[in-house]
Design a protein around this ligand. Structure first.
Ligand SMILES: *Cc1c(COP(=O)(O)O)cnc(C)c1O
Length: 426
């Protein structure tokens, strides 16, 4: 019970004392958010440059999304899938049209959606492709991040995420990310027992690794040639973050679903989460066409909360906001400006070696070993100057603000980053 007002220090102590230590947060305690800003328990304002790992693309507490949440919360929140609801079918049609797939399977968290996609892929490989039972393998990439379940960490290359959690789920083969030869060789050699290829269109957690421009299209073509499903995990890259509706849209300027676009690489299975709800509620989804999705029959997969009326109502509104406020276009324009500013900074400072990203999913690489505390210390400095970001993989800082940012705000943020780095002393 909150019997008195705690200050930030006390609140951090509470988490440390009573919460499992499965995270190592930056020392700042947030108590309010609005648009691109968050405020700490003492009322200090910050720019949010993490956006809850790209879940809050629409900005904190977006009034339309919050209104949708409140409206639906007063009417009906959960029925389970034992019954129909007046929201689910409407939502499923909306999603199908918005992203251009026959069907959706609704879940709650990203990891659940990845698990769902893996199950669908395996089942398809036996029921449709005709791989002998238990022989269907799924190809994954080194440095991947797809979530935290036992199966998903089984094919992680991060020893910290994986160590001492075995025995691991078999059936996964890892190849280098952005290596088409490795994919081609593996498919030539074993294509008949490969069910799918699971890939992040940009590896977010690994430090915003952007593959070659033709990587996704060529990988998808190789999969097609070998009758292997192409699974795109767009949980972090999707929903306008990288300057188009999905990263598989490439640098398409329509910022909506359009298969006419030359750059569009159509996945067989699309996995979404995070910003699908604008960070307001856990909502994830797997999308695929009938010939794939129909392998799942009643009783073979599900979730008590998956597709609940509250989630459906919130997600539809969150996607309307993406479209109405042209957030993909904004992410694209601001992203270009952001990288240009960071490149100027890299020329001025020995601390920044590299800038990379698409749209408003960007990272800078700090000129120090991944074991050093430099990137962390810079993030503490950024915090002191009113901007919140977090290192990933030691010496990389990811910058992913809400997409509702204005140009003026972006320039101010670049000023903060520049000042912090130029004044930084080890
Ligand atoms: C965040 C993330 C996940 C896992 O989502 P959770 O909601 O944390 O389970 C999976 N894949 C990618 C690419 C992600 O960024």
């Amino acid at each position: 019970m909150l019997t008195k007002t705690h200050n930030s220090k006390e609140l951090m102590q509470l988490e440390d004392r009573y919460g499992a230590h499965n995270y190592h947060p930056l020392p700042v305690v947030l108590s309010r958010g609005e648009g691109v800003y968050v405020w700490d328990a003492e009322g200090k304002r910050y720019y949010d440059f993490l956006s809850a790992y790209s879940a809050v693309n629409q900005g904190h507490c977006h009034p339309r999304i919050i209104a949708a949440l409140q409206e639906q919360a007063g009417r009906l929140t959960l029925t389970s899938r034992a019954f129909y609801s007046d929201q689910l079918g409407v939502y499923e049609k909306y999603m199908s049209e918005y992203f251009g797939f026959d069907k959706i399977l609704p879940m709650n968290t990203g990891a659940e959606a990845v698990e769902t996609a893996l199950k669908i892929c395996r089942k398809w490989s036996y029921d449709v492709k005709g791989i002998p039972e238990n022989q269907g393998h799924i190809i994954v990439c080194g440095q991947n991040f797809h979530g935290r379940t036992t199966t998903i960490i089984s094919f992680s290359s991060d020893q910290n995420a994986k160590g001492n959690f075995g025995p691991y789920t078999p059936g996964f083969i890892s190849i280098e990310y952005n290596d088409l030869d490795a994919l081609e060789n593996l498919l030539e050699e074993k294509g008949e027992e490969i069910a799918g290829f699971l890939v992040e269109p940009i590896q977010g957690e690994a430090g915003v690794n952007v593959p070659a421009d033709d990587y996704l299209a060529k990988a998808a073509a190789l999969c097609k040639k070998h009758n292997v499903l192409f699974l795109a995990d767009e949980i972090q890259t999707g929903v306008a973050r990288t300057g188009s509706l999905l990263r598989v849209c490439g640098d398409c300027s329509c910022a909506g679903h359009c298969e006419k676009q030359e750059t569009y690489v159509r996945p067989d299975i699309l996995i979404l989460g995070k910003a699908l709800s604008g960070g307001v509620y856990p909502v994830s989804a797997v999308l695929a066409d009938d010939h794939i999705m129909n392998v799942i029959k009643p009783g073979q997969h599900g979730s008590t909360f998956g597709g609940n009326p509250l989630a459906c109502h919130v997600a539809m509104t969150a996607l309307e906001v993406i479209r109405d406020e042209k957030l993909a276009q904004n992410a694209r324009a601001l992203g270009k400006r952001f990288r240009a500013r960071m490149e100027e900074l890299a020329n001025k400072s020995d601390l920044v070696t590299l800038v990379r990203g698409k749209g408003l999913l960007n990272a800078i690489v700090i000129n120090d070993s991944p074991d050093s505390s430099t990137a962390w210390d810079i993030c503490v400095g950024l915090r002191d100057n009113g901007l919140l970001a977090k290192p990933t993989h030691g010496n990389i800082i990811r910058f992913a603000p809400p997409l509702v940012m204005s140009e003026t705000q972006l320039e101010e943020c670049c000023d903060i980053i520049e000042k912090t780095i130029l004044e930084f002393k080890k």
